[in-house]
Ligand binder design. Structure first.
Ligand SMILES: [Zn+2]
Length: 309
């Protein structure tokens, strides 16, 4: 099966009130861990590549690794550009064979965000590729995306409806209180579900996207802390909140921080158990196994996209 777009997957997810997982990939072990999990749980997958991942791994290597995953697993896999910062980078990814791109012009004024997004939509659609855009701004840091709390802004429901109509975009990332990175809330976790419901009501049947949606699993934070430098105050989005969001029109849930934590926890533990090990296959293999188990948990308990094949 070749790479697929997310069109039918989102439709199924929307109607079934579940979400498809979009996992950030940076190297072979991360890709293999995620794909093994999806295969075990019979789940479709979105593998996404950020600007930081392209810089780290070289886009050609990542593309070939994802193609290998498709060939080896036979799973429906979407190759998605995460936070494309310009028309040019989106065009390049469309031309390189990505099946989905995100244009993130959310830092521009509303009309400019519309104009840039529309240009990407026109080009991508002419090549059969789907487009995600963003309206509102999430706080936090992830790779090249860095938004301070004072610059963060929740998505305005009326604007969201106007934005989708004017751009023809296929899905929309919204800001309702999640944030990038491991520190999502200062006090109690709180998402603006009323806002989400308003947006969903104005855009019936339209797939919404939640970025910054790692749960920051305590077991991995504890392992990281036990076997190395502390990650103090880390706090993610509770699983129940993500399940609720999925039931209200969120069809794509992004996960990056949880992958980083799972892999780091496993590698720290691996070195602590066998300090004189110098075979990368041992500790990277342990990282890959941890990612697989974590992603299986997400697919079944958070996303609900298992047994779909
Ligand atoms: Zn994001």
């Amino acid at each position: 099966m070749p790479l697929v777009t997310s069109k039918e997957l989102f439709q199924k997810a929307y109607e079934g009130k579940f979400a498809i997982g979009a996992f950030n990939v940076n190297n072979m072990e991360i890709i293999q861990g995620i794909v093994d999990a999806a295969k075990a749980e019979e789940a479709p997958l979105i593998l996404q590549v950020s600007a930081g991942a392209r810089k780290y791994a070289n886009p050609t290597y990542l593309k070939k690794l994802v193609e290998a995953a498709v060939e080896d697993s036979g799973l429906p896999i979407v190759l998605h550009l995460d936070h494309g910062e310009s028309f040019e980078i989106c065009k390049q990814c469309v031309d390189d064979g990505f099946t989905s791109v995100m244009i993130d012009a959310s830092h521009h004024p509303f009309e400019e965000n519309i104009a840039i997004t529309k240009k990407v939509v026109e080009y991508a659609h002419s090549k059969g590729v789907v487009v995600e855009a963003e309206l509102g701004r999430l706080a936090g840091i992830e790779d090249d995306v860095n938004v301070s709390e004072k610059d963060a802004a929740f998505t305005d429901p009326e604007q969201a409806a106007e934005f989708v109509e004017k751009t023809g975009v296929d899905s929309l990332a919204i800001a309702i209180g999640t944030s990038h990175g491991a520190y999502k809330f200062k006090g109690e976790p709180n998402l603006d579900f009323e806002r989400l419901q308003k947006i969903a009501k104005l855009l019936p049947g339209f797939p919404l996207v939640l970025h910054g949606a790692s749960t920051v699993l305590p077991e991995f934070v504890e392992l990281c802390n036990k076997y190395g430098g502390d990650i103090p105050g880390a706090q993610g989005v509770p699983e129940a909140m993500l399940r609720k969001a999925a039931s209200l029109g969120v069809s794509k849930i992004n996960i990056d921080t949880d992958l980083r934590l799972a892999m780091t926890a496993a590698i720290r533990k691996s070195f602590s158990e066998v300090p004189n090990n110098f075979d990368p296959r041992k500790y990277l293999g342990d990282g890959r196994t941890a990612i697989k188990e974590m992603v299986r948990h997400k697919i079944v308990n958070v996303l609900g996209c298992n047994k779909l094949l």
